[in-house]
Write a protein that binds this ligand. Structure first.
Ligand code: F6P
Length: 320
């Protein structure tokens, strides 16, 4: 039986993390389990930076972006000695189990702690939608809305000036934000780690759109880390009939009030995490598959490939 659980957020923050903190806290408290907030991810765990959480400590955070608990990336956590110190801190504070909200790196940490005797449950908190074992991560929908709002605005000004907007979006090594935004905004070109980067093909396509389709603007949505977008915009100006302009959306994509979709997703996942811990489960992560909240061993999730996006890429190509 568990009496006290800890909760932490780790890695890049994402909108909806607060909703998950609230759901975990309130589900646990309503089952007579005490909750301890761990500040700044695994760093706070290592330094013993804990705070007791009452019901009102999670009031007024459901609609707030960021994470009330703070987040960090602690490279040193890979070191077993660091992990052992964390377990010692947890035991000293009477914490029996933890919920970890973050990306795949955070999941690996949760798995390591579970192996050292502290049951952990991982919740997928990242805007990247790059975690296997779930159709959606907490924060992806909000970030997508931010991107769509920005691209819609860029389209207005691009079409007034016969320009091509090259918009760089986040996603780490995953093209979901770019692909979903491309479909949502009717972009002309989407470039992601899955499509690869072919500059000649991009320029030829834009030339064709300018000359043969008589387009008065074009939008290229490109995942981060694919190329230098300013260079690409200059090449577009030099080689096509469009004047190229680059916009890097950057960290703005990580902020903002979570969408209702993310709030509900985070709440459902938070509830599930506590249910699992009460059932004595550890080393699992929670996901949503075909609108059902599920859980699976973290090891299984991390060794699974993300569902193929082939059909969505085909849809994008058909609609251009
Ligand atoms: O994983 C979330 C994410 O925002 C990625 O999309 C991006 O590559 C990275 O984090 C940026 O990290 P940082 O906040 O450390 O600049």
């Amino acid at each position: 039986m568990i009496r006290r659980i800890g909760i932490l957020t780790s890695g890049g923050d994402s909108p909806g993390m607060n909703a998950a903190i609230r759901a975990v806290t309130r589900t646990a408290l309503s089952n007579g389990i005490e909750v301890v907030g761990i500040k700044d991810g695994y760093r706070g765990l290592y330094e013993g930076n804990f705070m007791s959480m009452k019901k009102t400590d999670v009031s007024d955070i459901l609609d707030r972006g960021g994470t009330k608990l703070g987040s960090a990336r602690l490279k040193e956590f890979k070191d077993v000695k660091v992990q052992e110190k964390c377990v010692e801190n947890l035991k000293k504070s009477g914490i029996d189990a933890i919920v970890v909200i973050g990306g795949d790196g955070s999941y690996r940490g949760a798995l390591a702690l579970t192996k050292l005797g502290i049951n952990c449950i991982g919740l997928p908190g990242t805007i990247d939608n790059d975690i296997p074992g779930t159709d959606y991560t907490i924060g992806f929908d909000t970030a997508l809305n931010t991107v769509v709002e920005a691209v819609d605005k860029l389209r207005d000004t691009s079409s007034s000036h016969h320009r091509c907007s090259v918009v760089e979006v986040m996603g780490n090594h995953c093209g979901d934000l770019a692909l979903w935004a491309g479909i949502s905004c009717g972009a002309e070109i989407v470039v992601t780690p899955e499509t690869g980067y072919d500059e000649v093909e991009i320029l030829e396509k834009l030339m064709y759109l300018d000359r043969n389709v008589n387009k008065n603007h074009a939008i290229v949505i490109i995942s981060e880390k694919m190329t230098h977008v300013e260079d690409l915009a200059n090449k577009i100006s030099n080689h096509t009939g469009f004047s190229g302009r680059a916009t890097v959306l950057g960290h703005i994509q990580r902020g903002g009030s979570p969408t209702p979709f993310d709030r509900v997703l985070a709440s459902r996942m938070g509830e599930k995490a506590v249910d699992l811990l009460m059932a004595g489960v550890g080393g699992h992560c929670v996901g949503i598959l075909e609108n059902k909240i599920i859980s699976m061993p973290i090891e299984e999730a991390l060794s699974t490939l993300k569902t193929s996006r082939k059909q969505l890429y085909r849809l994008f190509d058909r609609l251009v």
